[in-house]
Ligand binder design. Sequence first.
Ligand SMILES: NC(=O)c1ccc[n+]([C@@H]2O[C@H](COP(=O)([O-])OP(=O)(O)OC[C@H]3O[C@@H](n4cnc5c(N)ncnc54)[C@H](O)[C@@H]3O)[C@@H](O)[C@H]2O)c1
Length: 416
Amino acid sequence: MSVASGVASADPAPIGLGIAGLGMAGAVMVQAAAAHGGYVLRAAADPHPAPRTAFARDFNARAYEDIGALCADPAVEVVYIATPHQFHAPHAILAAEHGKHVILEKPMALTLADCDAIIAAVERAKVHLIVGHTHAFDPAVRLMHAFIAAGGLGRLGMIHSFNYTNFLYRPRRPEELDTARGGGILFNQVPHQVDIVRLLAGGLVRSVRAQTTGLDPARPTEGSCAALLQFDDGVAASLVYSGYDYFDSDEWHFGISERGARKTIDHGAARRALMRTADEARARTETFAYGSSSPGLPPHQPHFGITIATCERGELRASADGLIQYDIRGATTCEIDRGTGIPGRREVLDDMRAALRSGVPPIHDGPWGKATLEVALAIQQSAREGRDVDLKHQVAVKPIPEDKRQKYMVEARIAQ
Ligand SMILES: NC(=O)c1ccc[n+]([C@@H]2O[C@H](COP(=O)([O-])OP(=O)(O)OC[C@H]3O[C@@H](n4cnc5c(N)ncnc54)[C@H](O)[C@@H]3O)[C@@H](O)[C@H]2O)c1
């Protein structure tokens, strides 16, 4: 069985896209937009000259030193913001004030007050906001959501999400190791897991109990986390994350990397490479900025560690190329057509196109992004105070649009 990816849109005119921040995330989104077909890359902004020069050359597009000039560019309809975390709120507000629709990288901001300021700015400007990419946009997670919502496996009971990576030992900017400035796994990595389990379980987290650890004084921020989320309807989700570069959970994910490429598992390799690096901040820029490498299109589906959903009559988990359903008959794999472009980012671009051209409201809007940040902050608070933390700003998942629901219902028949 296989499922097609991508969404058709009513108006075929390409959307003018501007990229704010041509670092690691910006470079991947440039690649995703170039392969999408529904967008044209019009401009970018970054204070560093090298990625600007590469971008301008590759797309015959404008490249600004200052994000203000990008936001003022009349050819840009949508601004994708992939600048460091501390700039998310001011940059999103600036783009909205210029009348641009906004795709804002996770985390939405560093505080709930900043999320409110962003939401107010996009409402005032009457523009769309999508908070993403997170791995909740991955086709396998979306299909898992559709299977669960279709109800063929009965009631959802719990979700387990765990990911062991080298996150803390990749070359980092100083603020990425400073929690107060948005560093560490709680702002950067855990939002992926929170977004995934909120999508699968309906969105409404009631309370959080968590413990976080910082095991390396040389990298003084949260590097691992264990959290239990309780949802309004009794579903439980456990999230475990470790970024210490010892175990690699891709060992248990078919030997496929987060972005969907085959990988060689090499425990401790990031630590060893870092010990050989003289200038970490410079290495970060030079390794990941747009134009510094050409990773190619990954052959498999993206993923974020292992995600298993337990329902009354079966369990679901993402595989290298789709979704595996385990039930009384054994294991059934539902393959997802890889499609064109970069799965995950492609769905972010699809959702913005669907909002702009067909009026379909995105799931991952401002209130959704704020609710995901609220959970990440509650994990931090619970760990610091050693108690359960109740949540107040959760929003439910919007229903799957009818055309997508029909398609998924057909596929979900295997679960009935
Ligand atoms: N969704 C994902 O899977 C994913 C992956 C990586 C990063 N991210 C997110 O993307 C964002 C950026 O992370 P990154 O890893 O690409 O960091 P990075 O350091 O590689 O890139 C950030 C870029 O922003 C530029 N920048 C800094 N100030 C700027 C300004 N005022 N105007 C324009 N550009 C500016 C920097 O020069 C740099 O090129 C973060 O929010 C991060 O969480 C998301």
